[in-house]
Design a protein around this ligand. Sequence first.
Ligand SMILES: Nc1ncnc2c1ncn2[C@@H]1O[C@H](COP(=O)(O)OP(=O)(O)OP(=O)(O)O)[C@@H](O)[C@H]1O
Ligand SMILES: [Mg+2]
Length: 422
Amino acid sequence: MRILVVGSGGREHAICWKLAQSRHAQKIYCAPGNSGTMEFAENVDIKDDDVDGLADFAEKEKIDLTFVGPEGPLVAGIVDEFQSRGLRIFGPSMEAAMLEGSKAFAKEVMGTSHVPTARYKIITNREEAEAAIKEFDRAAVKADGLAAGKGVIICKTRKEMEEAVKALLNSTFTSGPVRKIVIEELLEGEEASILAFCDGKEAKLMVSSQDHKRIFDGDKGDNTGGMGAYAPAPVTAGLDKKIHDSVFSPVLKEMEKRGSPYIGVLYAGLMVKDGSFNVLEFNARFGDPEAQPVLSLLDSDLVDATLACIEGKLNDTDIKWKPGAACSVVISSKGYPGKYETGMRVTGLDEAKKLPNLKVFHAGARLEGNNVVTNGGRVFGVTGTGRSIKEAIENAYRGVSLIKFEGMHYRKDIGKAALGTR
Ligand SMILES: Nc1ncnc2c1ncn2[C@@H]1O[C@H](COP(=O)(O)OP(=O)(O)OP(=O)(O)O)[C@@H](O)[C@H]1O
Ligand SMILES: [Mg+2]
């Protein structure tokens, strides 16, 4: 099989790594890729939001399967375009990807299908906001539309809510100016990410995971795209069936009823407390960094799992997971998620490669001559595996300790929640 992976982050390096282990994979391309994906794929200089350019390439190179990593092209309709040209592609249609593309849409689908989620109001202007804010003491104020993790403001007072609404209504994010806002009750608990392979009717849950959104230890500082993740997440132990039956099944049924069956990876961001949970959000793709530890524990062939989703055969497909645990520590550039410089030379990667139970997934990194240099905010996802979460964490940090570049930053407490020491 000739496979094309779309994207250039740590998630896409992990996807290329996993696809390269498939008995089906003969040739893999990655567009645009990074210095890590080159290990398994031929990088192609096409941007991940150039839907027509990617489809032209897939036609010209007779690609048998395209795997889309990031949300941007999915929400822009890449799956619809490829399918209209008879090209096989893994990911939700533009309409189905609205579960991530619009937080207001996601809340409406959850409301209709009785999925547990925070009480909310949708507003489109300051007047509506004034009325809605009176109904909340504390809230998460969320811009409708893709915002690359920068569209949510946590508010502890009504004053903060007013300011958040004002700020967001005047903002423009990846998907354009903000026209709608979701104000939802602030929930307490511990977060977890539950991803599932979906074939439009059936959802097969993956091993659970937990991301770390804030830039500093102890969940301090700004929200980022994610500073590390581990799997499995003990906080959801024993809840898989309940999550499957009360979140994924009803949402898939509702999407099918609306004529846009959900095929692809569906990611539910949960807030868990005392054995019960609420859905904070849906993402329409593998999380990044969650993809790194989750794919490290996938024992089945990723192409088989992908084809089972596309062909609606998940019910007859057994997806296996390795025992043990995995932990991915993100190394970022100085200043991220704010302004940062790139082009810093990286050392220690060859030494890290020699370590057992470790894989360094490249994200914002590129090759300059023979050297790997930084090329983004999040640069690497250093991923350790082990028989226990403790071992996986130790293996990850052993790798981190070998990698060096000027101004590098990483959190020291990734996975500590699972050890009960955070
Ligand atoms: N109702 C809520 N109660 C408490 N915290 C919340 C709530 N909604 C969101 N948050 C916090 O804000 C973070 C971001 O919110 P959310 O996941 O909805 O947005 P996002 O920008 O789409 O995130 P991502 O980049 O992970 O896709 C959550 O991970 C959580 O920490
Ligand atoms: Mg999201």
